[in-house]
Design a protein around this ligand. Sequence first.
Ligand code: GTP
Ligand code: MG
Length: 222
Amino acid sequence: MELASTVYTIDQLHKAEIDWSLPQVALAGRSNVGKSSCLNCLGNRKNLARTSATPGKTQSVNFFRIRFPGEDAAFHLVDLPGYGYARRSKSERDKWAALMEAYLSGARRPRTVVILVDGRHPPQQLDVDLVDYCRAAGLDWLLVCTKADKCSQKDKTARLHEWREVAPDMLLQDRTGPLFFSSVTRQGRDALWRKLREAAGVPESVPAAMPEPAPGTAHQSS
Ligand SMILES: Nc1nc2c(ncn2[C@@H]2O[C@H](COP(=O)(O)OP(=O)(O)OP(=O)(O)O)[C@@H](O)[C@H]2O)c(=O)[nH]1
Ligand SMILES: [Mg+2]
């Protein structure tokens, strides 16, 4: 996994030398929900994407190129700046909204938006708005509940019910409900990788069928 491009403005988005032939899967969610930490956990790296306890750390759209050892297929995992950080000025929020709109509705938009929400809290209006936006824009989306290490079983059950209520269409994509993920314990990491690959259209290769035993070597029962 490597940082391929960083984009701060709509102008840069149009001019950036990004390999647009690769599928893109974007990580979106409120500031501080753990998008950049999730990316670092996926990539087994500490500081590939910059994280911070102060919300509003990621201010740019960051394209990370993913390629698996021994495979030709590649895709971009895209770390997005978060929304809902109250201490941002109106002009900063407007700039964020314009950049998101340009990216998510442009011709080079992502295939799938992974919507990260904090597993400790019920659905927030801004998260539901993003789900609605994806629906209206015809973008595939999937839900990931972050900070699972801080979620009790009660939290998890509650989230499952609440999100099924808010987004019953989630069941079409995701029969088991939201995925719980922790970048601290790495819970859900393998499952998330599988989902990301599926979303990018580069599913894990199915192991080849077991080779036929060579003649004469088959076990003979006596
Ligand atoms: N306990 C716990 N803390 C987490 C987890 N993921 C992230 N954090 C913490 O949450 C804070 C925010 O993490 P970031 O990854 O920077 O969040 P972000 O969504 O990229 O935030 P912005 O860039 O501001 O949009 C940091 O202090 C992280 O250490 C997690 O799975 N468990
Ligand atoms: Mg970030």
